[in-house]
Write a protein that binds this ligand. Structure first.
Ligand code: PSU
Ligand code: MN
Length: 314
């Protein structure tokens, strides 16, 4: 039995060396409420297509790792209840038991890499949670970026996280954190986290080149491209701070930890902002899909740098 299933569209695009952008499914099952989740999932795919790339939404459906979902599968996933949230630790178990699960950033990267898809667009990555010095809650997404060669486009790390600690861990792990088009690290709903990003790039072609360069140097792992939310859609940091504070306090009061923490915080912030956080979330994901397609287009045009091309032996 094959390890994964490519949708016909994705299989064709890959065989013709056309640009493909991987998309995660946890954002559909755990990141946004029904029915906006389905609508957004379809709009993300349409945006990638409009930008000249093929979208490959990834999920485990009845034990089968699907890379590229049919619209009926997308719809079923968006409505399903009790879908597992899969990361590196539980993906194989879900497949072995024939269950259905949505892939997080970490699991989506693993699947994309296997299928030869180098670019993946999403909303926000997991990171170091506030209070991690006591809870040890550090997302497996960070470790995945360190070892799996996929360029991930996100709107920075979610402001529900401890962003300075998240940057420190990424630095330790050797993950390039590249702000796109600005010096500041973006913070998901807000354009600035009030922190300088370690790296800045302004050109999708250079980002694609850096991805290939990393591989040519024999460095494992991917790149994190932090793409700021469009100006007109942002919720300023000062406005989000008290909301995030309240949501974090509510999570602590209710004893929410582990896997359920991120979905709980997103839902709580959605309620506290009366839906505004969702509008921002949608705008930033679509923006990331556009940039992802641009990077994927550039990458398919490039040749991998050769290890000996400029080396003249003495
Ligand atoms: N961004 C969102 N909604 C989400 C997530 C990110 O706007 O649901 C998901 C991603 O799948 C990410 C995961 O990989 O949350 C991180 O979860 P954790 O913190 O439990 O590792
Ligand atoms: Mn966690």
């Amino acid at each position: 039995m094959p390890l994964y299933h490519l949708s016909p569209d994705v299989a064709l695009a890959l065989s013709e060396n056309r640009p493909v952008v991987a998309l995660e499914s946890t954002i559909i099952t755990h990141g946004m409420p029904w029915p906006q989740n389905l609508e957004v999932a379809r709009r993300i795919e349409a945006t990638v297509r409009a930008e000249g790339a093929e979208p490959a939404t990834i999920a485990v459906v009845d034990g089968r790792l699907c890379i590229g979902l049919e619209d009926t599968q997308l719809e079923a996933l968006a409505q399903a209840r009790g879908v597992a949230k899969l990361s590196r630790a539980d993906m194989a178990v879900c497949m072995a038991e024939g269950r259905t699960g949505a892939t997080t950033v970490a699991a989506t990267m693993i699947a994309a890499r296997m299928a030869g898809i180098a670019v993946f667009a999403t909303g926000g990555i997991g990171g170091v949670h506030k209070g991690a010095e006591a809870s040890f809650d550090v997302s497996a997404d960070l470790q995945e970026l360190a070892q799996t060669a996929v360029t991930v486009i996100a709107a920075g790390a979610k402001a529900i996280l401890d962003l300075p600690k998240t940057l420190e861990v990424l630095e330790t792990l050797g993950v390039p954190v590249i702000a796109y088009g600005q010096d500041q690290l973006p913070a998901f709903w807000s354009r600035s986290a009030g922190l300088r990003a370690p790296l800045r790039m302004d050109d999708p072609a250079a980002i694609a080149r850096a991805h290939l360069m990393r591989a040519a140097l024999g460095l494992p792992g991917g790149q994190l491209v932090a793409n700021p939310i469009p100006q007109e859609a942002e919720i300023p940091r000062a406005e989000m701070a008290p909301v995030i504070g309240k949501a974090t306090q509510d999570a602590a009061d209710h004893g929410i930890t582990g896997k359920t923490l991120t979905p709980y915080l997103l839902q709580r912030i959605f309620e506290l902002t009366e839906g505004r956080s969702l509008d921002a979330n949608i705008a930033l994901v679509l923006n990331n899909a556009r940039l992802g397609a641009a990077i994927a287009r550039e990458m398919t045009r490039m040749e991998a740098p050769g290890p000996t091309s400029e080396h003249k032996p003495l």
